[in-house]
Design a protein around this ligand. Structure first.
Ligand SMILES: *[C@@H]1O[C@H](CO)[C@@H](O)[C@H](O)[C@H]1NC(C)=O
Ligand SMILES: *[C@@H]1O[C@H](CO)[C@@H](O)[C@H](O)[C@H]1NC(C)=O
Ligand SMILES: *[C@@H]1O[C@H](CO)[C@@H](O)[C@H](O)[C@H]1NC(C)=O
Ligand SMILES: *[C@@H]1O[C@H](CO)[C@@H](O)[C@H](O)[C@H]1NC(C)=O
Ligand SMILES: *[C@@H]1O[C@H](CO)[C@@H](O)[C@H](O)[C@H]1NC(C)=O
Ligand SMILES: *[C@@H]1O[C@H](CO)[C@@H](O)[C@H](O)[C@H]1NC(C)=O
Ligand SMILES: *[C@@H]1O[C@H](CO)[C@@H](O)[C@H](O)[C@H]1NC(C)=O
Ligand SMILES: *[C@@H]1O[C@H](CO)[C@@H](O)[C@H](O)[C@H]1NC(C)=O
Ligand SMILES: *[C@@H]1O[C@H](CO)[C@@H](O)[C@H](O)[C@H]1NC(C)=O
Ligand SMILES: *[C@@H]1O[C@H](CO)[C@@H](O)[C@H](O)[C@H]1NC(C)=O
Ligand SMILES: *[C@@H]1O[C@H](CO)[C@@H](O)[C@H](O)[C@H]1NC(C)=O
Length: 436
């Protein structure tokens, strides 16, 4: 925009601009705000009517001649020209043109006029809004930046909706205490610059309390390590994440140590506990996310267990299986083929108890396992009786097939043991046992 080049109405904001921007003209000095790359016109006083001989100077440490209405004196630079025989017109302003200018007018008396030229440029980009924690967690600091402009812009923070003014400043920083905050509230920064867009520019922040996500339980083996994770989302400003130990009231904040490693990546935090011990580490852990808008926490139960001896368990199971196999093989050798066939069928049905019952009734063997089996006898018999009451004619063909299959497999007791027959198959076999 041309300050003075577009006569007759120059867009130079004399005094008015200074007042808008909060500057005060010193003494009788007029303040003129021009814009980088634009033209500007400085007037030699506010005088109408005939003008005398006018000379313009630049006031640095000492006055430097610029231009005179005496045409025989050349101007210092072609950028400078005289308008209406008195005003100084400067083309294509640069920041170096900023400064104080003096004009001298000789009529029947000599008069001096001062002009303070300020060269402004609007910020090239949009303003940036930010909210952050301040004074611990008790205050919220709103910051508005609109960089790259000259002179400094003015900022106005407004609550939205409602339009309540939070504050007005050249810094763009406002402090809010917790009582002024609520989840989802918006704050708008309206920025204005002396040569910026008339409507100004703005940005908005929305404050949000945090949400916390974590696993409800974790297990650690004695002497092992465990990592608890905590994911915070939605918080603005970003939340402060703390790990606490819910041992007693009040809770204890866990400090990083050789046993407790705390890491944070963005809004995700992890707590790693090394060398778990039941006495020290089992219990509730709390992950707490805090910002001035709100606080959320989640409990995690950590149980510390003795490590499982998997080798021992597998060994025990294998030993038991082998022992059972030996007993069954022994029985098969001693009894009639019919019994063997029955036993085979029963195995097919995966009903160990039945085998033991049969044996128990025929030969009073005194082994411990059998005693245990006898105790379960009643239950087993009840299960046997149930299918008997529901004759299923349509199963006969399948039963026959199974019986045939069993005869083929009779010599292979181990295979039968491993056969994980379904419940349905088990019922069929038991049903068939009776008529035979
Ligand atoms: C500045 O003034 C010159 C003449 O004095 C004119 O040619 C030019 O267009 C003006 N520039 C602007 C940006 O108004
Ligand atoms: C020059 O004088 C005319 C008439 O007095 C006025 O309308 C115009 O605004 C003046 N130009 C400048 C640049 O002051
Ligand atoms: C110039 O002077 C007249 C009267 O003396 C006054 O009304 C006007 O506001 C002045 N203009 C400026 C820009 O100071
Ligand atoms: C500018 O220069 C003139 C002439 O030397 C002097 O009278 C005036 O006080 C100076 N003004 C400033 C602000 O330095
Ligand atoms: C204009 O400048 C010339 C050269 O310096 C000088 O001789 C002449 O007297 C000046 N005119 C006036 C009216 O001051
Ligand atoms: C212009 O003069 C005023 C005092 O009249 C002074 O405060 C200001 O700093 C000067 N501006 C420059 C750029 O020197
Ligand atoms: C300057 O001269 C004019 C006539 O040329 C006169 O009207 C005016 O009052 C004089 N000014 C002063 C300050 O003497
Ligand atoms: C928080 O702000 C409210 C209202 O602005 C004020 O009444 C209160 O005293 C402030 N509290 C603190 C601790 O600054
Ligand atoms: C537990 O962590 C420590 C340190 O990082 C490591 O030396 C150790 O091997 C880990 N123990 C287990 C069981 O992973
Ligand atoms: C500790 O955890 C228990 C179980 O979640 C909970 O009831 C209790 O409020 C917690 N204590 C504190 C101080 O948060
Ligand atoms: C693990 O903790 C036990 C006591 O709980 C301690 O005796 C042992 O030295 C610790 N081991 C390591 C590697 O820190």
């Amino acid at each position: 925009m041309a300050a003075g080049g577009r006569a007759p109405e120059p867009r130079v904001l004399v005094c008015l601009g200074a007042l808008l921007a909060g500057w005060v003209a010193v003494g009788l000095e007029a303040v003129v705000i021009g814009e980088v790359h634009e033209n500007v016109t400085l007037h030699c006083g506010n005088i109408s009517g005939p003008r005398g001989l006018v000379t313009w100077y630049r006031n640095d440490s000492e006055p430097v001649f610029l231009l005179s209405s005496n045409a025989s004196l050349p101007s210092a630079e072609p950028r400078f020209s005289l308008v209406n025989a008195s005003s100084l017109h400067i083309e294509a302003l640069s920041l170096q043109d900023e400064g104080n200018y003096t004009c001298r007018e000789i009529l029947n008396v000599t008069r001096w006029f001062q002009e303070w030229l300020q060269v402004a440029n609007p910020p090239p980009s949009a303003p940036q809004c930010r909210a952050q924690m301040a004074s611990g967690l008790f205050m919220l600091q709103l910051t508005c930046r609109w960089a790259g402009g000259y002179p400094d812009p003015n900022f106005l923070w407004i609550e939205e909706p409602g339009g309540v003014i939070v504050g007005k400043s050249k810094l763009g920083v406002e402090m809010l205490n917790k009582s002024q905050l609520s989840d989802g509230k918006k704050f708008k920064c309206a920025a204005s610059h002396v040569v910026g867009p008339e409507a100004g520019a703005s940005c908005v922040v929305q404050i949000r309390s945090p949400s916390v996500l974590s696993e409800p339980m974790k297990t650690c083996f004695v002497g092992g390590n465990v990592t608890l994770t905590c994911q915070v989302s939605g918080a603005y400003p970003p939340a402060k994440i703390l790990w606490l130990r819910n041992l007693t009231q009040p809770e204890v904040v866990i400090q990083p140590s050789s046993r407790h490693l705390i890491t944070q990546d963005g809004q995700n935090s992890t707590l790693t506990i090394h060398n778990c011990s039941q006495d020290l580490d089992e219990g509730y852990y709390v992950c707490r996310a805090d910002n001035p808008v709100g606080v959320r926490e989640v409990d995690i139960w950590l149980s510390v267990k003795e490590p499982l001896n998997i080798g021992g368990i597998v060994g025990t199971i294998v030993s038991l299986l082998l022992l059972g196999l030996v007993i069954i093989s022994g029985l098969m050798l001693y009894h009639s083929p019919v019994l063997c066939w029955k036993v085979g069928n029963t195995f097919r049905g995966q009903n160990m108890d039945d085998v033991m019952v049969l044996v128990d009734s025929e030969e009073e063997e005194e082994e411990e396992e059998e005693d245990a089996a006898v105790e379960e006898e009643e239950g087993a018999q009840e299960r046997e009786e149930f299918p008997k009451e529901i004759p299923k004619q349509n199963h006969i063909h399948r039963v026959t097939a199974l019986v045939n299959g069993n005869i083929e497999q009779m010599g292979n007791g181990f295979q039968d043991l491993q056969d994980d027959s379904s419940e349905e198959q088990s019922d069929i076999v038991q049903q068939e046992d009776r008529p035979v």
